[in-house]
Design a protein around this ligand. Structure first.
Ligand SMILES: Nc1ncnc2c1ncn2[C@@H]1O[C@H](COP(=O)(O)OP(=O)(O)OP(=O)(O)O)[C@@H](O)[C@H]1O
Ligand code: SF4
Ligand SMILES: [Mg+2]
Length: 369
């Protein structure tokens, strides 16, 4: 079956400095050979520290910027080969919501105008029915239709994010990229917005790319997770497999940093030494090697390929097969800090940590070079 979205070998290098003659002198390797798929109705989370390239991947997927290499296929069609009309149709199918809804909503437009604009642009609903459709969209995101007359500044942060979601839904998309959609919100509001996104996914069959630096949030929304470090994916797996037994030393470090409610519970904490290297001059070999507690000589020179086992759990590390199982990085009861507990409580169906030890790379296949 064709994936809704199929990204292969995507790369984007920004010019960071030019010579006096205007020639590029230095590049930021923001995205450097990223491959993944997103199935219809499912959520892929892109996680990693600030600057690892998550938003650049999002912009490349939406064709808001042109890639230097690689392809993006939506429903089997190469976006690079689309003409203007086809690209407009794709822009209807794929939407984005951002961290700061206030910045993305025009303060001089009423909610009604904000929601009517995409309806008119794509000629989706006859003018006589647009008011009714605005009311439906507001109800869909848990707001009252009478709010249509108000301006963005009259709403709370959570309500504004609901309006941004309603605007994305107006064009009946198949894919929504959620770029840190709850990072700017209070924890109590976060769970409401995440619940809304999940509910909308169930009802409308939406697919999400969920961008976040916060693994606690990702744990409860993602079907699959791709962990990024300095422009490359270092691990990609089903969410329950990744949280039960992360394999890449970087994923393990990120997971071990999630706060837990019972600090006395037996748990390994991995503290990464040193500063995160810059994407301007990424380290040779494995880009994680300057901070990796398991580094060996080979890591400094040889780029590890992203290799998947038979279950689709992919890791880019020379030592995947020989590293001990992750053990108690994520507490077995799935508990988090009291603050995050509130967030966790909003979701049903935890992901109990099946004890998966060892990695079978016999059936390994390359995902990306
Ligand atoms: N237009 C641009 N010109 C030059 N460099 C850029 C540009 N956009 C992004 N970058 C650089 O590319 C790298 C990746 O940036 P990106 O915004 O994709 O990271 P991110 O993972 O989304 O980070 P954050 O979590 O802070 O949002 C960073 O080093 C950033 O400074
Ligand atoms: S390849 Fe080497 S440096 Fe990179 S994560 Fe694996 S052990 Fe660490
Ligand atoms: Mg970003």
């Amino acid at each position: 079956m064709t994936a809704l979205l199929d990204v292969e070998g995507l790369a984007k290098h920004f010019v960071a400095a030019r010579s006096v003659f205007g020639r590029p002198k230095a590049y930021v390797k923001a995205v450097d050979g990223v491959s993944f798929t997103v199935e219809a109705g499912k959520t892929l989370a892109l996680v990693g520290e600030s600057g690892c390239g998550k938003s650049t991947v999002s912009r490349l997927v939406l064709r808001l910027i042109e890639p230097d290499a690689g392809t993006v296929r939506f429903e089997g069609r190469d976006l690079g080969a689309l003409d203007d009309k086809q690209l407009r149709a794709f822009r209807r199918d794929a939407q984005i919501i951002f961290q700061d809804p206030y910045a993305s909503l025009n303060p001089r437009m009423t909610v009604s105008q904000i929601l009517t604009e995409p309806l008119a642009l794509h000629d989706l609903v006859p003018a006589s029915r647009r008011r009714e459709r605005v009311g439906e969209l507001l109800r869909l995101v848990g707001l009252e239709p009478r709010f249509a007359r108000r301006y963005p500044h009259e709403f709370s942060g959570g309500q504004r994010q609901r309006i941004a979601i309603a605007r994305a839904l107006a064009v009946e998309p198949k894919l929504i990229i959620c770029d840190e959609p709850v990072s700017a919100l209070d924890v109590s509001i976060r769970s409401q917005i995440l619940n809304l996104l999940r509910d909308l996914q169930d009802r409308l069959g939406l697919a999400y790319i969920f961008v976040s630096h916060d693994l606690a949030v990702v744990k409860h929304i993602a079907d699959r997770v791709a962990v990024m470090n300095l422009g490359v994916i270092v691990e990609m797996a089903d969410a329950d497999a990744l949280f039960a037994a992360p394999r890449h030393p970087y994923s393990r470090a990120l997971l071990s940093a999630i706060p837990v409610p019972k600090p006395q519970a037996k748990r390994s904490r991995i503290v990464l030494e040193g500063e995160m290297p810059s994407a301007l001059n990424p380290p040779s070999g494995c880009r994680f090697h300057p901070r990796c507690p398991h580094v060996i000589a080979r890591c400094r020179t040889e780029v590890p390929a992203l290799l998947a086992d038979g279950s689709g759990h992919a890791t880019a590390c020379h030592r995947t097969a020989e590293l001990p199982a992750a053990g108690n990085i994520v507490p077995a009861d799935g508990g988090f800090s009291p603050v995050l507990e509130k967030l966790v409580a909003a979701f049903s169906g935890g992901m109990e940590g099946a004890d998966r030890a060892g990695v079978d790379l016999n059936s390994a296949r390359p995902i990306a070079g």
